[in-house]
Write a protein that binds this ligand. Structure first.
Ligand code: NAG
Ligand code: NAG
Ligand code: NAG
Length: 512
């Protein structure tokens, strides 16, 4: 089958090309890398001439300050629409919410919700989050502008987009709108239903950390457990090897100049490792590398799976008699650098701070500054390694995360703690009162501990998929999918079926 160039090809390719990566966000780099990889493989689907016009890209003019009617400033918010399954104006609308990054055409083409659309003849729309991707307001990202970036603003956008899109596509009044999202966008999907139940009929929230937390030390505790999970290629030995590798890195950091220089070469660091703050960044990046292998285990485009990482740490990758956990970790770093297409890893704290202070929107569309702002003003989510249950170095500690909010935005540590508490009281944390929200999580995903994993009532469903990583349920079906993942996807389908049927029945009875 011929592969036709799709009109959105240029856009996908535009979002590319980065230089050295800021260390604090290696995890974000991995996520973005996979998204780009998956978007570009959408191009290989062999679109026929009939489908070249799909998906459609559009723009909505949205108020910059939706909470102040006398402020007339606006910005353009990008959306994607896939109407190839849309059977009639009464069909449901699946609204795929974007999160802390750019949202591509794949959001309406592959994985769920797109994969669920044919069964109900649904219209699929993807809505990019304000301030990310190409939906960045004019005038950039200085503090005066960032005041308009929060989950509450994003939810206001969902409301006005929901109303505008209904008019634009001539969607029937009786159509049901169902929100979907993964990770932070999964939380948005749940909160959209919580705050606007008259506009949003139901939500599927994948890997949604609805509980904000300042010190997310539990992240690495789950990483530790997942490294021991036999089902995904882990083992107790693997976790021990990871600990040993980190201990060896720390020993070499302290072992004098020559050893440190060798360490720098081993880890392909761009600069020196003399400063304590850079050493902490480096240890944080190595944790993110291991954490990333867990968080994105088994996903298309992920450079390392748990099985692969454990193989390297336990010496399966080369000359066994000379292999050590440290060498395995070194090899893992090389694998990741190679996948990301980088020459070296920057561990410079000063460089990180300088990059995050840039207020012009970055061409790459990565949104590091914006997301940092949201963590400083709403969520925290700072991954630390504290106590004996964390297998890595005890760095970086919470203060160095909080210091970044101060250095980049001038926000004090106490204001961040207060903001996190406020977020939880505003949305309800893990005990939020929303009905008809299906929470989907994977039990190896470090984020599941901040989500809802047990049904809170008949209309409050939760699904915990064994062996599944972050947002894996949203990925396209693959022959490599585990039986539990297949079952999980089946359960999502059935839950939606049940809700839609109940609603239709009551419509008929109510004579609407
Ligand atoms: C609302 O917008 C107007 C016009 O820009 C501005 O003068 C006013 O200060 C704003 N009010 C608040 C509470 O931000
Ligand atoms: C919108 O849909 C209704 C049916 O729901 C139809 O009667 C009407 O002609 C449509 N309008 C446009 C502009 O497509
Ligand atoms: C492994 O490394 C050792 C030490 O460098 C060497 O003597 C040995 O021949 C190597 N074995 C293999 C199978 O390459």
């Amino acid at each position: 089958m011929a592969i036709w160039p799709a009109p959105w090809l240029g856009l996908v390719l535009l979002v590319s090309l980065w230089g050295s990566s800021a260390p604090a966000s290696l995890l974000r780099r991995l996520g973005e890398h996979m998204q780009r990889f998956q978007e570009s493989s959408t191009l290989g689907l062999g679109l026929s001439p009939d489908t070249v016009a799909i998906p459609k890209q559009g723009w909505l003019e949205q108020p910059l300050d939706p909470f102040n009617a006398s402020d007339r400033r606006s910005f353009l918010q990008r959306y994607w629409a896939n109407d190839q399954h849309w059977a009639s104006q009464d069909g449901p609308v699946f609204l795929h919410l974007g999160g802390e990054g750019s949202l591509g055409p794949g959001s309406v083409m592959r994985g769920h919700p797109a994969a669920l659309a044919p069964a109900w003849g649904a219209l699929v729309i993807g809505l990019e989050h304000r301030f990310y991707g190409l939906s960045v307001p004019a005038r950039g990202l200085d503090m005066a502008q960032l005041r308009f970036l929060s989950s509450r603003h994003a939810l206001a956008d969902v409301v006005s987009a929901r109303l505008a899109l209904a008019r634009l596509f001539n969607v029937s009044f009786s159509s049901y709108w169902i929100c979907f999202g993964g990770s932070y966008a999964g939380s948005l999907a749940a909160w959209a239903r919580l705050k606007y139940p008259h506009l949003i009929f139901a939500s599927v929230a994948s890997s949604a950390p609805v509980q904000a937390v300042l010190d997310f030390s539990e992240y690495n505790q789950v990483v530790s457990r997942s490294l021991m999970s036999v089902a995904i290629g882990g083992s107790a030995e693997c976790r021990e090897a990871a600990s040993a590798a980190f201990a060896e890195v720390e020993r070499r950091l302290r072992a004098g100049r020559a050893t440190q220089a060798a360490l720098r070469a081993d880890l392909v660091a761009c600069g020196s490792l003399n400063r304590a703050e850079d050493q902490a960044e480096m240890l944080g990046a190595l944790q993110a590398l291991v954490g990333g292998a867990v968080q994105y285990d088994g996903q298309t485009g992920a450079p390392l799976s748990v099985r692969h990482l454990c193989g390297l740490l336990l010496g399966g990758g080369g000359n066994c008699s000379r292999s050590t956990p440290y060498r395995g970790l070194r090899r893992a770093v090389q694998v990741v650098i190679h996948s990301l297409g980088q020459k070296c890893l920057s561990f410079s704290r000063a460089e990180t701070v300088a990059q995050l202070r840039v207020t012009e929107p970055q061409e790459s569309g990565m949104g590091d500054r914006q997301w940092l702002y949201q963590t400083c003003t709403e969520f925290g989510f700072y991954v630390t390694c504290e106590g004996p249950r964390c297998p890595f170095s005890q760095l970086p500690a919470l203060p160095s995360h909080l210091e970044l909010c101060e250095q980049v935005f001038g926000l004090s540590a106490s204001s961040i703690a207060q903001a996190v508490a406020q977020t939880n009281s505003y949305y309800g944390g893990q005990t939020l009162g929303a009905t008809q929200v299906l929470f989907v999580n994977g039990d190896i995903d470090p984020w599941h501990v901040l989500s809802v994993t047990q049904a809170l009532g008949p209309l409050k469903s939760a699904l915990l998929i064994p062996g599944a990583s972050h947002c894996l349920d949203m990925a396209p079906e693959s022959p490599a999918d585990s039986p539990s993942l297949r079952q999980g996807r089946q359960n999502i389908f059935q839950q939606l079926q049940t809700w839609l049927r109940l609603a239709k029945d009551s419509q008929v009875r109510g004579g609407i």
